[in-house]
Design a binder for this molecule. Sequence first.
Ligand code: BGC
Length: 465
Amino acid sequence: MKDQNITGTDRSTSRNGAFPPGFLWGAATSAYQIEGSPLADGAGPSTWHRFSHTPGRTHEGETGDVACDHYRRWEADLEIMSELGLGAYRFSISWSRVLPQGTGKVNEKGLDFYRRLVDGLLARNIVPCVTLYHWDLPAALDDRGGWLNPDIAGWFADYCAVIARALSDRVSMFATINEPWVVADAGYLFGVHAPGHANRYEFPIAVHQLLRAHGAGVQALRTNGAKEVGLVVNLEPKYPASNAVADLDAAERADHYMNRLFLDPALRGHYPERLDEIFGDAWPHARADLSTVQTELDFLGINYYTRSVVKDDPSAYPTGARPVGQTRAAHMTTGWEVYPDALTRVLTWVTERYGRLPLYITENGAAFYDPPCAEEGRVSDPLRCANYRSHITAVRRAIEEGADVRGYFAWSLLDNYEWAAGYSMRFGIVHVDFATQERTIKDSGHLYREIIASHGGILDGDSSA
Ligand code: BGC
């Protein structure tokens, strides 16, 4: 992405806001969270299929077997996207639908699903934004060591090549990996996500292989025709709980561990300095070769949900920085603080540290309890509405402060399968009744439609970010 937007068109009706022409308004989802039918048409199982079918791993044993049934209802979902006026749709591809064994023979039926989806998006003038890996590793590859096996960079590159060959004539924007930090932290250090390992010696290995796979994936995508290639990271600014030196230091460690762990290697070619200290003998990467990892990206996707305030506490694993003040508010299912200022900060921080590269907010949103609504056919979600207003205003402020933000994607289009939390958390701007699969655009969805139609203009006067 150089100077122009990837659509080349401006679907907005007004340019009142400070959002640049061509700024992309989208919504995001991921394969395992919405598709259902995980084994249909020759697909192989993923690690999430196995994990969710293992007793005790997810909220009430819930799985993605049905989820939003999007694999079968995708056309109706495209109609909803049109109704919302989305300019872009970010979705991920299930690796094991396309390559049931993770490598080798392509399952054309699986690939056809994404071909149809892309064609349906283009027919509706919605820009498809593809994420190659959003956490659902083919189980067959996990059997071979998954993210711990150095061969995974090659496996991932081959998969990227298959997808780019199939789609790059119609898809401009490809992201390699969604939130690699979560893959390593939740999947290999704490064991709360697939594949469920809790091992401080595996964490550094997984980190390194995720980075090598990203680097190899970028090359494979470009070689096979992808025009815009990026990475998606989740960033969460770390604020010290006080001005005490120990707390300032704890916030820095937490920042290196989470916010810099993938960006420093991917964009600057070195690991953050404090990882050695955090992992001690478990961190083998002091002189790691990152020459295949560091590469110029066409864009960086940032997922932002909250900040964290931390204090020094040597017992807090693994960084010695303990988050404070994140008690679960009654109206919130996640316990995440609503703090839009940190979104502005994230965008300006990335711009200062890594240079003025094109940025997208590839996810932003919140899970609230949607209050019951007396009116038939309406889902009133005032807290989510306020959340969107304040966060999109925070993005606008970052643009005014010099960040090159090219688009914003609401997380999520649909209420969906929230990983280990199952169906207990609703992030959608469209309500899904999981018993009937009925979809209802929430008030936040209607608000977002107005924001899109006015190109952010209806937020004029909002300064509460
Ligand atoms: C992930 C999504 C997830 C969302 C809300 C992000 O970390 O990419 O898959 O649903 O956050 O937790």
